[in-house]
Design a protein around this ligand. Structure first.
Ligand code: CUA
Length: 156
């Protein structure tokens, strides 16, 4: 009798904790779902990338002393522009989006590694100190031409 009552108490306690736990999960899931997207997330219409500034004119241009802005499009299967050149010591601010599917944007040997989501404007900066040819690769499987999807940034 004594043991049974203890078991009942523990069972009730256990169930109560389970409901509390589920309640917290439910509330946090609801709170997260209700949150507006992060203010840093900038979206454009993926079907109109080529007509939307700055992607209507992909390319690289100097924006300050030792600083460049590279506006790029990752598409199936390549990058626009397909070749860039900067002097050694330059910081390049990449702005990139995709008009079709999810692509990757990785420069091996650097900390540049992005997921490029259709219509989402992604930004990352990198300072290229050493001269060389830096390969930009797609590391997200995006279709039959995935493995040929790359471009290069030449640092002189
Ligand atoms: Cu683009 Cu893989």
């Amino acid at each position: 009798m004594h043991i049974h009552r203890l078991e009942k108490i523990w069972l009730t306690f256990g169930l109560a904790m389970l409901f509390v736990f589920l309640g917290i999960l439910g509330i946090s899931a609801f709170a997260m779902g209700a949150q507006p997207p992060s203010p840093h997330r900038h979206m454009i219409d993926p079907t109109r990338v080529q007509e939307t500034a700055p992607f209507d004119a992909p390319g690289i241009k100097q924006v300050a002393d030792g600083e460049y802005e590279a506006v790029m499009i990752a598409y199936a299967f390549g990058y626009s522009p397909n070749k860039m050149e900067v002097p050694a010591g330059s910081t390049v601010h990449f702005t990139i989006t995709s008009p079709d599917v999810i692509h990757g944007f990785e420069i091996p040997g650097t900390n540049v590694n992005l997921m490029v989501i259709p219509g989402e404007v992604s930004q990352i900066s990198h300072k290229f100190t050493k001269p060389g040819e830096y390969l930009i690769l797609c590391n997200e499987y995006c279709g039959t031409g995935h493995e040929y999807m790359n471009t290069v940034i030449v640092v002189k």
